[in-house]
Design a protein around this ligand. Structure first.
Ligand code: PLP
Length: 222
């Protein structure tokens, strides 16, 4: 069985090789540490990783507290954020990749009112026809982005998406990359694209991913 260091090295090497092939710059690698003990994040930090992703505030906050003395470490919230957890999230998260609905935007606006540059945010796009899946529908993203961008305490970084499982990931990545192009015409600074997980990060790189969210390929199953 491979060690954590070996899986990390292999994943980083694959990312680097693909970036070289595509002649593009390397993305930010967010290692998703959810469902793992804090020791995993500690080990990853010792191996040089500085960006960690978590789904749930209840799990992430204690980990962030335990690693509070680690320099330059960023916690990214990537799962659906309940509005009643926003206050807690602001204690430790540097960015939220899952800004996926109106009520969350309103709560973020309310809670960050007195905090300049409180948070980086990505708008999560729902690429399916199923409104039950998380995210802002494609047709509403630009309008929603106007309101996010008009919030001085939030820094709109760009878009986030999770590829559907029932179609090849390139299908969804192409859609979100096109949408990102439209968004950048209005907000040039909102140029980031948070796409790509363990099973589709190479495809995500082809479509301009600037942030990969990789869990099991690095951390192993749990
Ligand atoms: C868990 C999770 C990931 C990481 O998934 P892996 O398949 O383990 O790489 C990425 N993004 C989101 C939103 C997740 O919930």
């Amino acid at each position: 069985m491979l060690t954590l260091a070996e899986r990390l090295t292999a994943t980083r090497a694959a990312i680097q090789a693909e970036c070289l092939r595509l002649q593009r710059s390397e993305p930010t690698l967010i290692v998703v540490t959810k469902n793992h003990p804090v020791s995993l994040a500690q080990d990853l930090y010792a191996l040089g990783e500085r960006d960690f992703g978590e789904n749930r505030v209840q799990e992430a906050e204690p980990k962030a507290d335990l690693l509070a003395d680690h320099q330059n470490l960023s916690w990214h919230l990537i799962g659906q954020l309940q509005t009643n957890k926003v206050k807690q999230a602001l204690n430790f998260a540097s960015s939220i990749h899952s800004l996926d609905r109106e009520s969350l935007l309103l709560e973020l606006q309310k809670r960050t009112m007195d905090i300049p540059n409180a948070l980086d945010v990505f708008i999560q796009v729902n690429l399916t026809d199923d409104p039950g899946r998380g995210g802002i529908s494609e047709t509403e993203v630009l309008q929603f982005a106007e309101r996010v961008a008009a919030t001085p305490t939030l820094r709109l970084r760009g878009l986030m998406a999770v590829a559907a499982l029932d179609v090849p990931p390139v299908h969804d990545f192409e859609k979100v990359a096109n949408l990102s192009g439209k968004l950048m015409k209005i907000f040039p600074a909102a140029s980031d694209l948070s796409i790509g997980m363990s099973n589709d990060y190479l495809e995500a790189l082809q479509f301009g991913a600037t942030h990969l969210r990789i869990g099991t390929a690095i951390t192993g199953n749990r």
